[in-house]
Design a protein around this ligand. Structure first.
Ligand SMILES: [Zn+2]
Length: 476
């Protein structure tokens, strides 16, 4: 079909989509608390004629909307959760919280979800008009930031029946995401001791805080003996009371254990668990632990990545106004820019030269071009719950420009940009790229066949869900 029709639908729906994105930006709801955001999505999905499923996997803010019949069934993933402490006035080039201590869309998930929905609507219209055949499913995936919502959905049976899944992420480049990233497992360790007067009768006390500190020291010694691509991070969730003259009877640590694969993360976690037991033994305290969440490594699919790249180049790039370029340049003076933009520019000489030329050696305020695609085995040290989807169905993702060049993620600057026309233009572009890619998948079964064959080979070891059957998502 002529993709201009699909792009026109996105443009026709632009005010609906940008208004939705702005509402979600305003709501700025934290992980698994996205109640108003969910209601806003459900209203639109129902009004647009999608068959809606609510409370997916028993999660109040997980849902889907599907349209069409038969195969192929293509999923488009959306997110909408925010981050705490990042409230910010929109469109400002200086740090000024809109609500002191409030939350903000620091990862641009207001744009992410709205563009994914826009793509689903554009595909739906094409199916309705008889231009495409198949089923499109929009997935409302909660809690990306706080608790890996997609992993819970994956554990409980979602995504498996899809022929493919596509998604995107707001960013500072128009670029296919390639390579893999780390699996991760988050666990809370609780130490229990006996309170006592720290000077009067310390011999009766058993310090949970000492145990927690010894666990952290033990893990420091573990770090030398871990495989490469593994990492361990921690925080104190409870250090006992505030009085130093008390032997602290409680302490809690949260650990995040990362590995190249779920298998490696699980095996490293066993050693961390042993260190926790050792710390309890040394201090005559008790320890227990519970898993919070986990994510799998990402399996890339080069067939789908090439398709996304084709559609990134086919969809018309936005035109930015002088005002938008001035805003981007102004915001850019508020953060440090190191080197050239792009995930793989440092390791690919050809790409580096191309990007240097396109960005005037990294000086452009907005990277308004499509990065060439080079399949890569690049390993990112971070984690994403899109990884779990990628073990269940061929999956690919890309970044689209919604922020000025070099803009740091999870910052007040991303929140500030997230409700501007600059960001809206990226949202509409991303919707066109996604919808165009789904159209290709529905029209050319050979692409899906090839993507499935690649998937079969790369996931031969099977999905090893990083979370156990009994845990429930953490709220907030
Ligand atoms: Zn994000």
């Amino acid at each position: 079909m002529d993709k201009k029709l699909i792009y026109a639908t996105v443009d026709d729906k632009s005010s609906l989509l940008t208004a939705l994105s702005d509402r979600i930006w305003e709501y700025a709801e934290l992980s698994m608390m996205e109640v108003k955001s969910t209601a806003a999505y459900l209203d639109i999905l129902k009004a647009e004629g999608f068959s809606v499923r609510e409370y997916l996997c028993g999660i109040a803010t997980a849902f889907s909307g599907s349209y069409g019949t038969g195969r192929p069934v293509i999923g488009i993933l959306g997110e909408y959760d925010a981050l705490s402490g990042l409230s910010q006035v929109a469109g400002s080039t200086c740090k000024e919280p809109a609500v002191e201590g409030g939350c903000g869309q620091g990862c641009g998930h207001n744009l992410l979800g709205a563009a994914s929905l826009g793509a689903a609507i554009a595909v739906k219209e094409a199916i309705k008009a008889g231009h495409l055949k198949g089923t499109v499913v929009f997935y409302g995936c909660p809690g990306e930031e706080g608790c890996a919502g997609k992993t819970f959905m994956a554990r409980d049976g979602q995504f498996r029946d899809l022929d493919a899944a596509l998604t995107w992420h707001p960013g500072d480049t128009n670029e296919v995401t390639t390579g893999s990233n780390a699996a991760s497992i988050q666990v809370e360790y609780s130490f229990t001791g006996i309170a006592a007067h720290a000077a009067g009768n310390p011999e009766h006390g058993r310090s949970a805080l000492d145990a927690a500190e010894l666990m952290n020291v033990g893990v420091q010694f573990l770090r030398e003996h871990m495989e490469s691509k593994c990492s361990v991070h921690y925080s104190f969730a409870d250090a006992g009371g505030l009085s130093p003259n008390v032997v602290q009877p409680t302490a809690k640590l949260i650990y995040m254990v990362r590995g190249e694969s779920v298998r490696k993360a699980k095996s490293l976690l066993k050693r961390v668990n042993n260190i926790a037991k050792g710390a309890a033994l040394m201090t005559d305290t008790e320890v227990s632990w519970r898993q919070i969440d986990g994510t799998s490594s990402t399996v890339s699919n080069e067939v789908l990545e090439a398709l996304l790249h084709k559609n990134l180049t086919e969809a018309p790039l936005p035109h930015y106004s002088e005002e938008e370029i001035t805003f981007a340049a102004g915001l850019r003076t508020t953060y440090q820019v190191d080197g050239l933009p792009g995930k793989l520019t440092d390791e690919n000489r050809k790409l580096r030269a191309y990007v240097a030329e396109k960005t005037n050696h990294g000086k452009s305020a907005i990277n308004n071009f499509v990065f060439p695609y080079y399949p890569s085995t690049h390993f990112g040290a971070g984690s994403s719950d899109v990884g779990d989807v990628s073990w269940l169905t061929p999956t690919a993702q890309f970044d689209a420009v919604t922020w000025p060049s070099g803009c740091p993620g999870h910052s007040w600057q991303t929140v500030s940009t997230g409700k501007t026309t600059l960001a809206h233009k990226g949202l509409l572009y991303a919707a066109k790229v996604l919808a165009g890619s789904v159209a290709d998948l529905m029209e050319d079964p050979a692409i899906l066949k090839e993507a499935r064959e690649e998937f079969r080979l790369t996931t031969a070891e099977g999905y090893d869900c990083p979370i156990s059957k009994d845990i429930v998502p953490t709220i907030g």
